[in-house]
Write a protein that binds this ligand. Structure first.
Ligand code: HEM
Length: 502
C-alpha cells in the first residue's frame, strides 16, 4: 500500500511537472526554469536575483520564463500596459506575502481589485500631502538633523572619522516616515542610533520575504495553519519585524485608546494616521497600513538615495557638476525647498540616472494574466500565468539608453542644447516614461512617491551643499549588498570633509 502511494505521488508529480512545463514551453528561458523554481530560489540565496533576471532578458529577449508559471518582462510598454486602469491584468499571489499579519490585508497585499481601489481612494489624501500640511517642514526637520549628524563625522587633516553613510541614510528615511505616519519620529538621527532597533533585522527579513513571494503557497500554508504566528513568536519581541508591529500598534493605541472607534475629530492630528481615520479606516486597517508605511517607505527610499550616492562617489566629474549647480542655485533657506530642487536639471538627471543604474525595487511584483490569455511579442501566454518585471532589464535597455546603458552618466537625461548629450526631445520623453515606472504605474502606482521624491531631492542637495563625500575604499564602496525585492547596500564607509573649511 505504502509503495503504491509513493509511486502514485511520484507519477502525479512527474505528470504535473510535464504539463506545467508544456504550458509555457514556447517561451524561452534559462535551463530547468520550466520545471522547477529551484533556480529562482538559488538566485535569491545568492542575494542577486535582479542581476540574474536582467541577464536572462539580455540572453533570451524581453519575455522570459524563469519559473514553471513565472515569466518576466524586460519591456517597459508591456509593464505599463499591465498596470493601466483599463487593463484586465490583476495582482498575482506574489502579493500574498505582503500581508504581514494573519488574514489582515494592507493596501499592498490586497488582490481584490475593487477593495484595492476603494482603499487607495481613502489613503490617497494622506499620502499626497493634501491632508498632511507641512509635509515639507516635517522632512526639513529630519534633513537638518541629518546635516547636524554628518557634521559630527567631519574629518580633517588631523582627525579621521569614518562614517557609515548607508546607516545614516536609513536613520533619515525611518525618522521621516515615523514623523509623517504617526507624528512621532524615531529620533535616530538625533541619537545617532537605530532607536527602534529594526534596521538589520528588517533588511535580513527581505530575503525571507523574497522567498515567500516566490513560494506563496508555502506562505499561505504557514499563515492558514497558524505556523506563521508561531514563527513570529519564536523570533521574539526583539526581532525587527515584530518590533515594527509593536511600534505601529502602540502608535495606534495612543490615538484610539482601548476602543475600536473612540477617535474624536476635533482632537485630530494632521498626520497621515489622522487623515486615514477621517476617511473611515478601521483601527485594524490603520495598524496594518502603519506597518506597511514603515516597511515600504524606509528601505526603498534609502535604497534609492544610496543608488544615487554610490556612483556619485566614484564619478568625480559628476559630483563636481552637481556641487556647482547647487552653489549656483543660491539657496537662501536652511534647507532647500522641493520646488528649488526640482528646478535643478543636473540634480534631477543624477536622481533619474542613479535610480536607473540600480532600480530600488528591481524584481517581479508579478501580475496575473487575465483568463482569456494574452499575446505578447507574438507569443501566446495562457490565463493565470504570472508576469513580473525585471526593473534592471527595463532600465538598462540599450535600444533606449544607448550602448553604455550599464554605466552612470547623468548627461544622458539632458538635451544637447542644455549641455547634456540627449539629441532629441522625443527620446527624452520616452526615457522619462520609462523612468517613472520606478514607482510602478496606474492602479498600482506607489502611494508614497511624493514623499520619497521630496526626501531624495532635499537630502542630496543638503549633503553636497555642505560636504565633500568620498568612499573610504573605492574598491569596495559597500560591504554588503543584495538586490531582490528592494536594493539594499550596507557598510558604505565614507570620509566626509566640510566644504566651507576646505
Ligand atoms: C524611492 C522610493 C520608493 C520606491 C522606488 C517605491 C516603489 C514602489 C513600487 C514599485 C510600488 C508598487 C508595487 C506594485 O507594483 O504593486 C510601491 C507601492 C507602494 N508604496 Fe512605494 N516606493 C518608494 C517609497 C515609498 C514611500 C516613502 C512610501 C510611504 C510613504 C511608500 C508607500 C507605498 C505604498 C503604500 C504602496 C502600495 C500601493 C498600492 O498597493 O496601491 N513607498 N512602491
Amino acid at each position: 500500500m505504502l509503495l503504491f502511494i509513493v509511486v502514485a505521488v511520484i507519477v502525479g508529480y512527474i505528470t504535473w511537472t510535464y504539463y506545467s512545463w508544456r504550458r509555457l514551453a514556447h517561451i524561452p528561458g534559462p535551463a530547468f526554469c520550466g520545471f522547477t523554481q529551484l533556480r529562482q530560489l538559488y538566485w535569491i540565496a545568492q542575494g542577486q536575483p535582479a542581476a540574474h533576471y536582467a541577464e536572462s532578458c539580455a540572453r533570451y529577449g524581453k519575455l522570459v520564463r524563469v519559473g514553471p508559471n513565472q515569466l518576466i518582462t524586460g519591456d517597459a510598454e508591456q509593464w505599463r500596459k499591465m498596470g493601466s486602469i483599463r487593463s484586465s491584468y490583476t495582482r498575482s499571489n506574489f502579493f500574498e506575502a505582503a500581508r504581514f499579519r494573519r488574514g489582515e490585508d494592507s493596501v499592498l497585499s490586497m488582490r481584490d481589485e475593487k477593495a484595492h481601489t476603494d482603499l487607495r481612494a481613502k489613503l490617497g489624501p494622506g499620502y499626497s500631502g493634501k491632508e498632511v500640511p507641512g509635509v515639507e517642514a516635517i522632512i526639513d526637520k529630519s534633513v537638518t538633523e541629518f546635516v547636524e549628524l554628518v557634521q559630527q563625522y567631519v574629518s580633517t587633516r588631523e582627525v579621521f572619522r569614518p562614517m557609515d553613510l548607508s546607516e545614516k541614510v536609513n536613520f533619515f528615511t525611518l525618522d521621516v516616515i515615523s514623523a509623517l505616519a504617526f507624528g512621532e519620529p524615531f529620533d535616530n538621527l538625533r541619537d545617532d542610533k537605530d532607536n527602534p532597533g529594526i534596521i538589520g533585522d528588517t533588511q535580513r527579513s527581505i530575503t525571507l520575504l523574497a522567498i515567500f513571494h516566490e513560494l506563496p503557497y508555502v506562505y499561505l500554508f504557514l499563515e492558514k495553519t497558524g505556523l506563521l504566528e508561531r514563527l513570529q513568536a519564536f523570533l521574539g519581541d526583539d526581532f525587527g519585524f515584530n518590533k515594527v508591529f509593536k511600534i505601529a500598534d502602540a502608535a495606534v493605541e495612543r490615538r484610539f485608546g482601548k476602543a475600536e472607534k473612540s477617535y474624536k475629530l476635533p482632537e485630530d492630528k494632521n498626520d497621515m494616521m489622522g487623515s486615514f481615520i477621517r476617511h473611515g479606516l478601521s483601527r485594524k486597517q490603520i495598524e496594518n497600513e502603519t506597518v506597511l508605511q514603515v516597511l515600504a517607505g524606509s528601505d526603498t527610499t534609502a535604497g534609492a538615495i544610496r543608488s544615487i550616492l554610490v556612483p556619485l562617489m566614484s564619478n568625480a566629474q559628476a559630483q563636481k557638476k552637481l556641487v556647482e549647480e547647487i552653489d549656483r542655485a543660491n539657496i537662501t533657506g536652511v534647507v532647500v525647498t522641493d520646488a528649488e530642487a526640482r528646478n535643478m536639471p543636473y540634480l534631477q538627471a543624477c536622481i533619474k540616472e542613479g535610480m536607473r543604474w540600480q532600480p530600488p525595487a528591481p524584481t517581479l511584483l508579478s501580475r496575473k494574466v487575465p483568463p482569456e490569455g494574452d499575446t505578447i511579442n507574438g507569443l501566446f501566454v495562457p490565463g493565470g500565468t504570472k508576469i513580473g518585471w525585471s526593473g534592471h532589464a527595463i532600465h538598462h535597455d540599450e535600444d533606449l539608453f544607448g550602448p553604455d546603458a550599464d554605466i552612470f552618466r547623468p548627461e544622458r537625461w539632458i538635451l544637447c542644447e542644455d549641455g547634456g548629450d540627449c539629441d532629441s526631445p522625443s527620446k527624452l520623453t520616452q526615457m522619462n516614461r520609462v523612468s517613472e515606472l520606478q514607482f510602478s504605474y496606474g492602479r498600482f502606482r506607489c502611494l508614497g512617491e511624493i514623499v520619497a521624491r521630496i526626501e531624495i531631492n532635499k537630502i542630496l542637495v543638503e549633503l553636497f551643499r555642505r560636504f565633500e563625500v568620498n568612499s573610504c575604499n573605492p574598491l569596495k564602496v559597500f560591504e554588503m549588498n543584495f538586490s531582490s525585492d528592494v536594493f539594499v547596500q550596507a557598510g558604505m564607509w565614507v570620509r566626509v570633509t566640510d566644504r566651507r573649511r576646505a
